[in-house]
Design a protein around this ligand. Structure first.
Ligand code: GDP
Length: 296
């Protein structure tokens, strides 16, 4: 991923690293390259503008110009600002509540909610030794409940059965009740998605949220969506008190713009990255590492 951005920035970095002195002129040139690279990587325009302004402010300040190695210093500024743009430090899941800790999975159909539910379940169960259960409230797609059941089995976590003739809120409440009585540590609630944002879907997930009062509400978004990821993120962020974002399909040829924009638009931390179809393909999202990866 991010190949294009990396290649462009690498070029800028190479040129700048060789500069003994930086002038306003070559800072301008460098920033133009960075701007182009970010736009080509599908980062939303307002985000790019904001980013460039912040880098410029620091770059033309004393920090860079008075540095012994101004090229390196500018690269350092870009690195720090990229890290900041993606949220600064890694923020993990918050499970500090009376069990079961409920995690609500939100997002469009095809974003990777069910897969991510399985991945999270596997991670929590294997690495953190939690007793995890998953439940599907997707009563619209006939195969959705069966899909989660299969995923849960592969992940080695418990599965709470539901059927298409039930109401989503009833399913969720029954699952919470069961989880409480059976000492489940974490209950993952998978939800229905639509191909596009629609009012009925938003109302349904708002009702689910109100009914189960989750400690984490994760917005799952496909990094390949580029600019559309930003619009979807905005809509979900307005409808629900999101606590974090999972960016999926970062193993594909996503240009990376979503990673840079979604945090900026929602103000919510990117907590995990999906990096494959398999249930092991989930990584904690580390802004600093991602910035290093972008800069190459
Ligand atoms: P849902 O409709 O939001 O529940 O999405 P699914 O979990 O069914 O995922 C939709 C498709 O995306 C499936 O084919 C998944 O295998 C695939 N998928 C999900 N996450 C990832 C990921 O991180 N990387 C890749 N390459 N594929 C993914």
């Amino acid at each position: 991923m991010l190949d294009n951005l990396t290649t462009r920035l690498a070029k800028v970095v190479k040129t700048l690293r060789g500069q003994a002195r930086l002038t306003e002129d070559n800072i301008q040139d460098a920033l133009r390259e960075v701007r182009m690279a970010l736009l080509e990587a599908d980062v939303a325009l307002p985000v790019v503008k904001d980013f460039i302004a912040r880098v410029k402010e620091k770059a033309v300040g004393t920090e860079v110009l008075s540095s012994l190695t101004p090229g390196q210093a500018l690269v350092g500024v870009v690195h720090r600002e990229l890290t900041d743009l993606m949220g600064g430090a890694h923020i993990g899941l918050n499970l500090a509540t009376q069990p079961p800790a409920i995690i609500l999975m939100a997002g469009l159909q095809g974003a990777g909610k069910t897969t991510t539910t399985g991945k999270l379940g596997k991670m929590l169960s294997e690495r953190m030794k939690k007793k995890v259960m998953a439940v599907s409230t997707d009563v619209y797609r006939p195969a959705a409940i069966a899909q989660l059941q299969m995923v849960a089995q592969q992940a080695g976590i418990e599965f709470f059965p539901s059927t298409a003739d039930q109401k989503p809120v009833d399913i969720a409440l029954a699952a919470v009740d069961y989880a409480r009585r059976h000492y489940i540590d974490v209950l993952l609630v998978d939800t229905a998605g639509r191909l596009a944002i629609d009012q009925a879907m938003m109302e349904e997930i708002q009702a689910l949220h109100a009914a189960v009062n989750p400690i984490e509400t994760l917005f799952v978004v496909d990094a390949m969506l580029g600019q559309d990821a930003v619009n979807t993120a905005r809509a979900f962020n307005e409808a629900l008190p999101l606590t974090g974002v999972v960016l999926t399909k970062l193993d594909g040829d996503a240009r990376g713009g979503a990673a840079l924009s979604v945090r900026h638009v929602t103000g919510k931390p990117l907590k995990f990255a999906g990096v494959g179809e398999k249930l092991g393909g989930l990584e904690e999202f580390h802004p600093e590492r991602m910035a290093s990866r972008i800069l190459g």
